[in-house]
Write a protein that binds this ligand. Structure first.
Ligand SMILES: Nc1ncnc2c1ncn2[C@@H]1O[C@H](COP(=O)(O)OP(=O)(O)OP(=O)(O)O)[C@@H](O)[C@H]1O
Ligand SMILES: Cc1ncc(CO)c(N)n1
Length: 277
């Protein structure tokens, strides 16, 4: 059987983020993609126009269908919408002991629409962080989960340490929202060591779905058996190329180019690199 990856997330009708970005990324990174859909969004590159949540019983039924037949080798969570959804998702993940859980703590879309109810942040912290193999917050999400204001690398590291204390095995605090104009540098912390995972910053508005795509690439590589560090380095290279070689889709914050890495045979000479802290 091929390596199998599942995404537990919301649908983005415009195909740049959410379930659609995740499945495209799984395919491009060589894993068989599956989904547990938690919400439907009417969305495009200009914003989120409507959200329809899926009832908890149907979310549970999607989990049960996979468990009974095609168990994933790795899973990621994305948009979880509310506390009820977090409860059923965490309950099923614990019951079924699915391995390699990547938690992307999605909270707010680029245009400002909430993709998680504010009062569900506490549930995310208590129910999902303790079972996460890797948690991948951006800077505002890391700040919301830890109450640490992040303006420097020192604070990025502090937040990572706090998230590890809350139970996540590995913490990746992404630097897309950071102040550095030349580099977009993510920090990986495993409870004892840190790695700065650095890539050039591209000057573009086509960044819809960057976080979904990165966490899905990490999930695909974990499903294929790579270590957490290797999965993250390979995923960073994948998102770097997907942002660097844009496609012209939509009138607003367009999607990244999911097939860029394939057309460049995996690399383009400008490799991302990592530095032990
Ligand atoms: N302009 C950019 N140039 C290069 N890399 C970038 C850029 N913006 C984000 N990244 C990288 O993309 C990945 C996703 O990070 P980011 O902080 O944008 O996530 P996010 O805010 O969760 O994304 P989303 O828009 O999907 O919510 C990280 O590896 C980050 O370093
Ligand atoms: C469905 C969905 N999930 C995640 C994001 C975050 O990029 C989004 N915009 N839409």
């Amino acid at each position: 059987m091929p390596a199998r990856a599942a995404t537990i997330a919301g649908s983005d009708s415009s195909g740049g983020a959410g379930i659609q970005a995740d499945i495209k990324t799984f395919q491009e990174c060589g894993a068989y993609g599956m989904s547990v859909i938690t919400a439907l969004t009417a969305q495009n590159t200009l914003g989120v126009h409507d959200v329809h949540r899926i009832p908890a019983a149907h979310i549970a039924a999607q989990f049960d269908a996979l468990e009974d037949d095609v168990r994933p080798d790795a899973v990621k969570t994305g948009m979880l919408a509310d506390g009820q959804t977090i409860n059923i998702v965490s309950e099923r993940l614990v019951t079924y002991r699915w391995p390699n859980i990547v938690v992307d703590p999605v909270m707010i879309a680029k245009g400002g629409t909430a993709l998680l109810e504010k009062n569900a942040v506490e549930q995310l912290r208590t129910h999902l962080l303790p079972i996460a193999t890797v948690v991948t917050p951006n800077i505002p999400e890391a700040a919301a989960l830890t109450s640490i204001a992040i303006h420097s690398r020192i604070e990025q590291f502090e937040a990572a340490k706090r998230l590890h204390e809350l139970g996540a095995g590995h913490v990746l605090v992404k630097g897309g929202h950071g102040p550095d104009k030349d580099y977009s540098t993510d920090l990986l912390y495993d409870g004892s060591e840190g790695w700065w995972i650095e890539g050039p910053r591209h000057d573009t508005i086509r960044t819809h779905g960057t976080g979904c795509t990165l966490s899905s690439a990490i999930t695909a590589y974990l499903a294929k058996g790579y270590s957490v560090l290797d999965s993250i380095i390979k995923a960073k290279q994948y998102i770097h190329m997907a942002i660097k070689y844009p496609i012209a889709v939509g009138k607003g914050h367009g999607p990244v180019n999911h097939w860029a890495a394939r057309t460049l045979n995996g690399r383009d000479g400008s490799l991302c690199h990592y530095i032990k802290s």
